[in-house]
Ligand binder design. Structure first.
Ligand SMILES: Cc1cc2nc3c(=O)[nH]c(=O)nc-3n(C[C@H](O)[C@H](O)[C@H](O)COP(=O)(O)OP(=O)(O)OC[C@H]3O[C@@H](n4cnc5c(N)ncnc54)[C@H](O)[C@@H]3O)c2cc1C
Length: 410
């Protein structure tokens, strides 16, 4: 088989495939076509260029007990999944040491700084600037106290290329109209953005990929055997594919495949939940709203409205916690949002490594194997910039950026 085989057709897989085609490479994309749409379709759509600090930080670690006890259940560690989250948690605690946090932040911040330019180049290359809406987002607090604490946190924090400011009178009036009250506190972020819609985006990515001669294969990769020091891909049907190069971009499912080759990949399924409904009266031009006290983001896409929340350290195959959708409805009701309930339910996995940095690099076991997964809360944001790095590695000899190399896990 000639050319590059990309395993995984989520945002990381498609962005890598298109960037590889930009370099003139022949690309085949293998995807299992999961029955439930993966995270690339289930996310909140936010291009979160303000999130430059890895969540493995001394501050996040200090906040864990409070978040676990909080009534809103924003963070959960289900007992049935203890064998998954306990070892992950120990690694996370080590990665949160101040020195590791500082180094991780420098690496993540540099990557996130390239996210928006890479998105702009992607949508302009597709001839579809309408797919990216660069109008920032709002952060809203419920009470004067939480607003004061939130603002103090923002002042201390680093927001990368994004910035925030108080609301203008017009923005305050827009929010008051939507919420039926003046929020106790709110700021407007600028520099961030959101996508116009998931199917719109993926239709455009797939269309361009096929137009350039890309081939899509339907199947599930089940192994990465080595032959003569080079990685091949075994598909569930029994077929063994021997491309010139493989790019592993299968989200959380990348773990067993890479571990089969001897890599250490302590990745967990950090699950999130959403409710999805028709846009109703929600203003079409309102940027995403982050209700910080409720750990809730509501995004108005062109054709739908979506409310997303929760961090649940779990296993991809564990049954969903149905109460989470009920809690999400409870939050929407208590905020009195014009969000048509009950809404369609979805749960899916953020592929998260314990230091909250992605894995982007070249395998030390097989030089023809590149990887791009583990993008946690930022996979949509970092898809296009990661694709470029993958393409650079594919046409060069390098291992990729050292902070994102899998060898950091031993
Ligand atoms: C509730 C929620 C909200 C989020 N909000 C945001 C946000 O606003 N902004 C942001 O930047 N990020 C957000 N994220 C994170 C983001 O969605 C993920 O980081 C990103 O989608 C990961 O993309 P991926 O391509 O690595 O993996 P996935 O989206 O999981 O895609 C993996 C692909 O690989 C395929 N696959 C899996 N196993 C195999 C196999 N064995 N063989 C072949 N194919 C296989 C799957 O079918 C799938 O198509 C959110 C996540 C969640 C859960």
């Amino acid at each position: 088989m000639n050319g590059v085989l990309v395993v995984g057709g989520g945002v990381l897989g498609f962005c890598s495939a298109l960037a590889l085609q930009d370099r003139g490479l022949t690309v085949t994309l293998l995807d299992e076509g999961a029955a439930v749409k993966p995270a690339s379709w289930g996310n909140a759509g936010h291009i979160a260029v303000e999130q430059v600090e890895p969540l493995a930080s001394p501050a996040s670690l200090r906040a864990v007990p409070g978040r676990l006890l909080a009534r809103d259940d924003a963070l959960s560690l289900p007992l049935r999944d203890i064998r998954h989250w306990l070892p992950f948690g120990l690694r996370l605690a080590l990665a949160s040491r101040p020195d590791r946090f500082r180094a991780g932040k420098a690496a993540l911040k540099a990557l996130v700084a390239e996210a928006m330019p890479a998105w702009e180049a992607l949508v302009s290359g597709l001839g579809r600037p309408d797919l990216l809406i660069r109008d920032g987002h709002y952060v809203i607090w419920d009470t004067g106290d939480s607003a004061a604490r939130g603002l103090a946190r923002l002042e201390r924090g680093d927001h990368g290329t994004a910035r925030y400011r108080p609301l203008t009178a017009g923005e305050g009036a827009d929010l008051a109209r939507l919420l039926g009250r003046v929020p106790a506190g709110a700021v407007r972020f600028l520099g961030s953005g959101h996508i116009a819609g998931h199917d719109r985006l993926f239709d455009a990515l797939r269309g361009r990929f096929l137009e350039r001669g890309g081939v899509m294969l339907h199947g599930r990769a089940v192994g990465l055997p080595l032959a003569g020091g080079r990685a091949r891909v075994v598909v569930e049907s029994g077929a063994e594919l021997a491309p010139d190069m493989v790019v592993m971009a299968a989200g959380v499912a990348s773990r067993p495949l890479m571990e089969g080759l001897g890599h250490t990949v302590p990745m967990i399924a950090e699950r999130g939940y959403h409710l999805h409904t028709h846009p109703g009266d929600w203003p079409a031009d309102l940027p995403p709203l982050v209700f910080e006290d409720r750990a809730l983001i509501v995004t108005r896409f062109r054709d739908y409205l979506r409310a997303s929340s929760f961090v649940e350290f779990s296993h991809p195959d564990s049954p969903p916690d149905r109460m989470k959708w009920e809690r999400l409805r409870g939050r929407i009701r208590s905020l009195d949002l014009p969000f048509a309930l009950p809404g369609a339910e979805w749960v899916g996995c953020r592929p998260t490594l314990p230091d909250y940095l992605p894995a982007i690099g070249r395998s030390a076991r097989a030089p023809n194997l590149l990887y791009a997964f583990g993008h946690q809360h930022l996979g949509l944001t970092l898809g296009p910039v990661t694709g470029r790095i993958v393409a650079d590695m594919a046409v060069g000899q390098g291992r990729g950026p050292a902070p994102f190399d899998l060898s950091r896990f031993g």
